[in-house]
Design a protein around this ligand. Sequence first.
Ligand code: GLC
Length: 649
Amino acid sequence: MTFHKTTLLPLLLLAGCAVAPMTDVAGPIDGSDWPALRAPAPDAAMEARIARIVAGMTLAQKIGQITQPDVRYITPDEVRQYYIGSVLNGGGAWPGMNKHATVAEWAALSDRFHDAALATDMATPIPLIWGTDAVHGHNNVSGATLFPHNIGLGAAHDPALIERIGRATARQVRATGITWVFAPTLAVGENRRWGRTYESYSSDPQLVAEYGEALVRGLQGRLTGDGDVVATAKHYMGDGGTYNGVDQGETRATRAEMITRHGAGYYTALNAGVQTVMASYSSWNDVQAGRDYGKMHGSREMLTDVLKDRLGFDGFVVSDWNGIEQVPGCTKSHCPQAINAGVDMVMVPEDWRAFIQNTTQDVEAGRIPVSRIDDAVTRILRVKLRSGLFDRAPSDSRFNGRAEAIDAAELAREAVRKSVVLLKNEDKALPLARGAGKVLVVGDSADSLSNQTGGWSLTWQGTENSNADFATGSTLLGALKSQLGAENVVYSPDGSGVDMSAFSKVVVVLGETPYAEYNGDVRFPTPVQHSRLHPRDLAALRAVSGKGVPVVSVLYSGRPAYANDLINLSDAFVAAFLPGTEGAGLADVLLGGRFDFTGRLSFAWPGSACSTGEGAGDVVQFPRGYGLSYARPARTGELPLPATPGTCD
Ligand code: GLC
């Protein structure tokens, strides 16, 4: 991938960034060195204002400003008392720990934190900034429309759609009084074993670069509008390349690969004016060069020399959830190494009191220069001023507290249509036709919003949810009943004992169960084969396959998993990834008519259970870019069934 001035500058002109965009002063990005981007031109008046505020702050106030607790572990009054600069709600944290908290209750909690932060005895009170993981819509909020996860959006190949999703997501988030979103994830996914594969748009760095820029533009807008939020480029850098897909593991990449592959999304996100960067748990080991850069949270070379000096980033770096503890010699509450390396704000969800005490001692003992703390506070204030927090409370937005602002169903339905990929369609199994007889629907996932939305949905893992908890959306079963008539759709979770002669078609919905982060890792040497990992799905498919009724299989998955055995048992096969709350979008394309399939794989699909990447040794069944449609049918035929070993070698 190379970036030329001609590539970046039109993107910048379109960006409409509130922040003067960076410009690429280098030539092509060929891996020979990091691109030399230039920071936005300083706003002299703003910088002078920041300097005055910092000069008037005590050490306690400065260290409070760089501390980010989780809302479960701090009260508004403690925010005031300890001069806290930011809070977050991690997955599964809701106002009053009520999963069904209303938009108004979210906004009210935001008001309490905001008011408390301004009630300090500081010479210049500093407004607090609240961050949240709205990674496929405002996924912590019951009733919010949830979009397809990134792996499906990648299949849409539609940056303009991503920008629209960013705008809608920002409105959802501002409805709850929050002004900072930990997105986009710019991981370039490699190994399907990785539990966060679905948070990656693609294994193609160019698509990740286009999408990263689009989502930053969509989320940040002008940075100061009613529907704008601060965005986060994450996880810096190389999270998607960890060896064997071990989450938070070691990325074994050459310097050229890190520059051209894993860095691709950062150059465009920075040029789009992204204001924060989240450090990655992962480490980087350039094995070929014999150079181990270590954990990103402790890498001065990456966080300061490259990101801030070479790439010109002048926003702030936030650590990941207790990420500092992974730096050798550090704990959850004590890591001068990370702060000296370039972490500006520390996400220390629970142990924030100890962190404040330890870091204060580090500064007083000279282990952290005051200048480094001043620089971190300066960066945080710069982002708060640029995003208008000093001028307008988070509640000063036409979306604040408005329940209708979390509804984006029509846009999400469009995104679902564009994000699903038709891998097989024979014997006219698809489209389903209205008035053409009854349809049997089979599979645990057919009526499960949990399996349909995946991780990062209401809870961190996406588990412990019922359909009712989502308070919106439709499962595929519900959508088919709605579009075909409930009397024409019969549901059997396992397909057993059904008189098949009563049906014209069968839809089998296969699916992973929800997971997030390392809980989704399929650790080596376990084969990555859906039917091995989810045998109930294979049993349900076998119960209805080969009975003289066309079988349409739909797979909900956070990764391309080997499925030739399932595909051979099906007459049509749709890779639906994790479509979110709007199952109606999936029904739209299954019924055809107005809507055809347009999705194209953004990751190659494996042809054996131990092929977990796209490298030389991997067997690819369907290449990146593959996807059929009603307009462009093709015969798939019987796929090879290579023997799956008990364990991969
Ligand atoms: C998690 C994730 C990160 C998320 C953060 C806050 O561990 O790694 O993506 O933004 O914690 O929830």
